[in-house]
Design a protein around this ligand. Structure first.
Ligand code: NAD
Length: 495
């Protein structure tokens, strides 16, 4: 690699490489070429970051700041992200290959999280409790947890970090961030803005490196109060088990196999676009991918043909170009995994209606591309319908009536999201009530907001990000009892 750009960690307000002296190369998914390096941290680095975060939580300016001042710091960080949105988006694209148009949109939207949770910081209220005891005044306080470890995946690194960072800081915690080893650069670039915004040293820290090396040290460290994890379900289960041994608070945002359900009474043109945005946007690398398209049998042929026709027109290419609609897969191992799943689908008996291989165009040869791929007549018991692919692979599954649609939709260990396409308002509400998913979109798909809680039912996760409820997962409640009586009652019995 010629002159790679080098990014450093932020620990206790200082830029640091790593105690191992090693660097991790990160590649551009469009060119396959390594373009940057981040420190390959080890146990010592993880401990330093956590100790710094613990010091910042326990002493110094951060715990003394008023909630209003905390909120102002968050809003300042939001302003700086808005200022540098283009620069950060370009780093994201170089590192993870998602479309610049999508990343720029995300970066321009992310400040809203810091404004929203910055505004919430001084509205965290306890309550005065009624008391059944004479002359007792009793109230609750809402307090931060302490050091929060935020572990993020490689798709949408800054967005998924923001969903943790904004509520964690608004609540008064300090944070140690562990970004994905594949896409750490944008998180490290963000740290310059954290410093510029004026957060006290140690309030936000980063530790880069391999998940299996530094992850367990961070998760099990005695000074860590909470782990906020987004990633795959197997890693999530390991993090959960390890955190349980040390009784940490845990929130998990995991995978999905979301049903996107098209009823015969839907506006078919809209539903077709919804199917495409559900699976081919971001090359299918989203936890909310509508990877199972459930279509009522009477419109099955029409919908399948129209989805295939529209997907066929998708322009693959350089993710930096405005004209590109589908970019590469973020990592080579993930590209290979997607291709393996295509084999699994074929072997399982699914009919390949489109794609199913790497594209042949010479200009795409160095990138980790997979053609938009569609399988028809999929049975929900096939592996391709049950396991998360995390790539541009759609399974179309026919159903006969509403009951069958609901039953297939819920026949999955996951429960992250679902889409419903119908013109019948009563059906929309009926099906919404019965689908076991944390987010349901009616006549739309893949919409998120800082105001709307997001998270999984079943094995898609625990806890909620976004919306006012998100801050609850970064707080704990203290009950305070004040005795206003002149005397102290019998000390040998429970009061
Ligand atoms: P992953 O589980 O491989 O890695 C996630 C993070 O965990 C990375 O930072 C990794 O370094 C770290 N890690 C790995 N081993 C660890 C360990 N033993 N202890 C602690 N940390 C460890 O996930 P990924 O491949 O980066 O991301 C893709 C997955 O993320 C998909 O399954 C997708 O569905 C999921 N995802 C979920 C959401 C959501 O909000 N529900 C959003 C995006 C992605």
């Amino acid at each position: 690699m010629s002159n790679p750009e080098r990014f450093q960690n932020l620990v206790d307000g200082q830029y640091r490489t790593s105690s191992t002296g090693r660097w991790l190369a990160t590649a551009n998914p469009f060119t396959g070429a390594e373009w940057a390096e981040v420190p390959q941290c080890g146990a010592e680095d993880a401990a330093l970051a956590i100790e710094a975060a613990h010091r910042a939580f326990s002493s110094g300016p951060w715990p003394k700041l008023s909630a209003t001042s905390r909120g102002k710091l968050l809003r300042r960080l939001g302003d700086l992200i808005a200022r540098d949105a283009e620069k950060l988006a370009a780093i994201e694209v170089r590192d993870n290959g998602k479309l610049y148009a999508e990343m720029l949109g995300q970066l321009r939207y992310l400040p809203e999280w810091f404004y929203y949770f910055g505004g919430l910081a001084d509205k965290i209220e306890g309550g005065v409790l009624p008391s059944d005891k004479p002359q007792i005044f009793s109230y609750t306080k809402r307090e931060p947890l302490g050091v929060v470890v935020a572990i993020t995946p490689w798709n949408s690194p800054l967005m998924l970090l923001t969903w943790k960072l904004a509520p964690a800081l608004a609540a008064g915690n300090t944070v140690v961030i562990k970004p994905s080893e594949f896409t750490s650069c944008s998180t490290l670039a963000l740290m310059a803005l954290v410093k510029e915004a004026g957060f006290p040293d140690g309030v936000v820290n980063t530790v880069t490196g391999f998940g299996h090396e530094v992850g367990p040290i961070l998760v099990s460290h005695p000074l860590v109060a909470k782990v906020a994890f987004t990633g795959g379900d197997a890693t999530g289960a390991a993090v959960y088990a390890q955190a349980a041994k040390h009784i940490k608070h845990v929130t998990l945002e995991l995978g999905g196999k979301s049903p996107n359900i098209v009823f015969a009474d839907a506006n078919i043109e809209h539903a077709v676009k919804g199917a495409i945005s559900g699976i081919f946007a971001a090359s299918g690398q989203t936890c909310i991918a509508g990877s199972r398209l459930l279509v009522q049998r009477s419109v099955y042929q029409e919908v399948s043909e129209k989805v295939v026709d529209l997907a066929r027109t998708a322009k693959l290419g350089d993710p930096m170009l405005e004209s590109t609609q589908v970019g590469p897969i973020t990592t080579q191992p993930q590209r290979d995994k997607v291709l393996q799943y295509i084999d699994v689908a074929r072997e399982g008996g699914a009919e390949c209606l489109l794609g199913g291989k790497r594209p042949e165009a010479a200009e795409l040869a160095n990138g980790w591309f997979v053609e938009p791929t569609i399988f028809g007549d999929v049975n929900n018991q096939m592996r391709i319908a049950r396991e998360e692919v995390f790539g541009p692979v759609l399974s179309i599954i026919p159903f006969d009536d509403e009951d069958e649609a609901i039953s297939i939709a819920n026949d999955t260990p996951y429960g992250l999201a679902a889409g419903i396409w119908t013109s019948d308002i009563r059906r929309a509400f009926r099906v919404t009530d019965q689908v076991r998913a944390g987010t349901v979109w009616v006549n739309t798909y893949r919409a998120v907001s800082f105001m709307a809680p997001f998270g999984g039912y079943k094995q898609s996760g625990i806890g909620r990000e976004n919306g006012q409820v998100a801050i609850e997962d970064y707080l704990q409640t203290k009950s305070v009892w004040v005795n206003l009586a002149e005397d102290v009652p019998n000390p040998f019995v429970l009061r």
